[in-house]
Design a protein around this ligand. Structure first.
Ligand code: ZN
Length: 352
């Protein structure tokens, strides 16, 4: 008997298009019971801009709607939302916003056993579509299993209103899949870690897809953003298929997590991932200049100065990156880089 098994939970409905926020009710009703109670988790700014439109569309479908405004993405806040969802018998928890609201809603849905719906208002990273949450208060700055979204509803017009810098950061997060997949293959060869070709190909496809459309994305057109969003969705789905963040997160993410710890002025996640990808591509012996060129094309940071961090902080982050998550084997090895090697790497690739 073949005893090995692998469970995959995938999103049921994915909608990417113009004006879909006003139709969200129909899509949510499609994944919920009739007359369900929907709790919308959102931040103060985003909710003041978009909540009323979402509420109108949900209520038009006979759904009951509540709003929970959150100010941080801590485990405490997520547990509080989960308690409220359990006590009020809330069937659907919807995250409306960027990273924080989505991460909190996703984690709370898992804890409360409710349906999770993702309604991102910015394209800054693939957490908007993945089954993993990254919250403050976990013992490490890495993501933990939460819940795959039952529905992902993305209004391209809403995304186009988000600050350009945030959407461009999403490009950096996606470029990172080039080295994430190389690291996964390496771990498979050197540590016999499970490797799924299908999930790896899908993650890689999302990086190739945005590379091909870099100029369109740089222009900030609806078409460019739609490509970016579709790639973020497929990267999220690759994590659903793999059952881990492996296809989407390797040494470039370890560097980004480390930089988030050491930098006083913290860059956006996707910005740090993009710069990390330049350096990790160099270590993998790949065409790092091409990665840098693609980031330049979209106007994303390619060095410490553009990231707004100190040279020393980049070097420090490189030396501690491997220890952030020792079980995740990457090109950085088990112990990571020495200070000298880290500095040489950052100089060679023009990051410092
Ligand atoms: Zn990421």
């Amino acid at each position: 008997m073949y005893t090995s098994f692998h469970r995959i939970d995938l999103p049921r409905t994915i909608v990417v298009g113009g004006g879909v926020l006003d139709k969200a009710g129909g899509y949510v009703a499609g994944v919920a019971q009739r007359g369900s109670y929907v709790l919308v988790v959102s931040g103060p700014t985003v909710s003041s801009k978009y909540f009323e439109r979402l509420r109108a569309s949900l209520e038009a479908e006979g759904l009951t709607v509540g709003l929970k405004i959150i100010r941080d993405a801590t485990v405490e806040t997520a547990e509080e939302v989960a308690r409220e969802a359990l006590e009020s018998r809330i069937e659907v928890v919807a995250g409306l916003g960027g990273g924080k609201s989505i991460d909190v809603a996703k984690y709370a849905s898992k804890r409360a056993g409710s349906v999770f719906v993702s309604i991102p208002t910015v394209a800054s990273h693939d957490g908007i579509t993945s089954p993993f949450s990254s919250l403050k208060g976990f013992d490490k700055p890495i993501s933990r299993p939460a819940k795959a979204p039952e529905a992902i509803i993305i209004d391209v017009d809403v995304i186009a209103e988000a600050p350009r810098r945030y959407n461009i950061a999403g490009f950096g997060d996606l470029i990172g899949k080039y080295t994430a997949v190389l690291d996964w293959r390496l771990a498979h060869k050197l540590r016999l870690e499970y490797y799924g070709e299908y999930a790896a190909s899908l993650a890689l496809l999302s990086a190739k897809h945005v590379s091909q459309y870099a100029e369109e994305i740089a222009l900030g057109t609806r078409e460019g953003y739609r490509v970016l969003l579709e790639a973020l969705v497929s990267s999220g789905v690759s994590m659903c298929i793999a059952g881990s963040t492996r296809p989407a997160s390797g040494s470039e993410h370890l560097f980004a997590h480390a930089l988030h710890i050491v930098a006083r002025n913290k860059p956006l996640h996707g910005e740090a991932v993009g710069v990390g990808t330049i350096m990790m591509a160099y270590l993998h012996g790949k065409n790092w200049r091409r990665i840098r060129g693609l980031l330049k094309t979209v106007g994303a940071p390619t060095n410490a100065k553009e990231l707004g961090v100190e040279d020393d902080e980049v070097v420090e982050a490189l030396t501690i990156a491997a220890r952030i998550r020792p079980e995740r084997y990457t090109i950085l090895g088990e112990k990571g880089l020495t200070r000298e090697a880290a500095e040489a790497l950052a100089r060679k690739t023009g990051v410092i």
